[in-house]
Design a protein around this ligand. Structure first.
Ligand SMILES: C[S@@+](CC[C@H](N)C(=O)[O-])C[C@H]1O[C@@H](n2cnc3c(N)ncnc32)[C@H](O)[C@@H]1O
Length: 217
């Protein structure tokens, strides 16, 4: 941890600079997700993370999985926060973040053989979810054994897996009617259209899942 990027406030505690956003959920879910990534990214070289958010996941996973290059991306507004986390961590395997809106017609060219996203598919509208899978298909098209890992809440056959997910879905839709928890089956149809086969569906704490798709048979 770079000492120069921390400072002491009047309460006597060390604080990170205010430019570094912090999502408490990332602190809670990063270890369970890491367990899945250790298994499924063991043979991967470069991960494109879509919707990196704060950048907290990126620095945690890139530090724990040092054989990977970890390429962050998000909408332009989120890049300063991601840059702040990457700068503070100073890791050798985290290139600068890319602007990537999954709806943009041309995605940046990244030589990735894996894609990771967390808590993004229920935020995006359905048009963006469809664009996400098409874009991931293009990214992984030339990567033998390409892997996609998507973390978050998912429904099965249109049904919530818990009361808390039902409430969360209602909250999401009240905030933005385009948002909502996605059906695993629908995501799987979109993934299969890109040559991706569901390889694992791992239960995570708090009624979340880690879905893993892999190219090939
Ligand atoms: C709930 S946050 C999750 C952030 C982070 N992955 C995490 O787990 O904390 C949803 C993210 O989706 C991103 N997002 C929303 N629409 C997007 C789009 N069209 N293309 C790319 N990212 C998008 C947002 O900018 C935000 O970073």
């Amino acid at each position: 941890m770079g000492a120069a990027s921390w400072f002491v406030l009047h309460d006597g505690h060390m604080h990170s600079p205010p430019t570094r956003p912090h999502a408490p959920a990332c602190d809670r879910n990063r270890e369970p997700i890491l367990g899945v990534l250790r298994d499924h990214f063991a043979d991967r070289r470069c991960v494109l993370e879509i919707a990196s958010g704060t950048g907290q996941h990126a620095v945690h996973f890139a530090a724990a999985l040092p054989w990977l290059g970890w390429q962050t991306s998000d909408l332009a507004d989120n890049l300063p926060g991601i840059r702040a986390w990457l700068a503070e961590a100073g890791l050798p395997n985290t290139p600068p973040p890319l602007v990537l809106d999954v709806l943009q017609p041309a995605w940046p060219v990244v030589a990735a053989d894996a894609v990771f996203t967390a808590n993004s598919l229920h935020i995006m509208g359905m048009d963006a979810v469809e664009a996400f899978f098409r874009g991931v298909g293009r990214v992984l098209a030339s990567a033998p054994g390409g892997v996609l890992v998507a973390y978050g809440p998912f429904n099965y056959d249109g049904r919530w897996t818990s009361d808390s997910n039902r409430d969360f879905d209602a909250w999401l839709k009240a905030r933005d009617p385009r948002s909502g928890i996605r059906d695993l089956e629908h995501c799987n149809v979109l993934a299969m259209a890109e040559g991706l086969r569901l390889a694992a569906d791992v239960a995570m704490p708090a009624n979340n899942r880690c879905l893993v798709w892999r190219r090939g048979s």
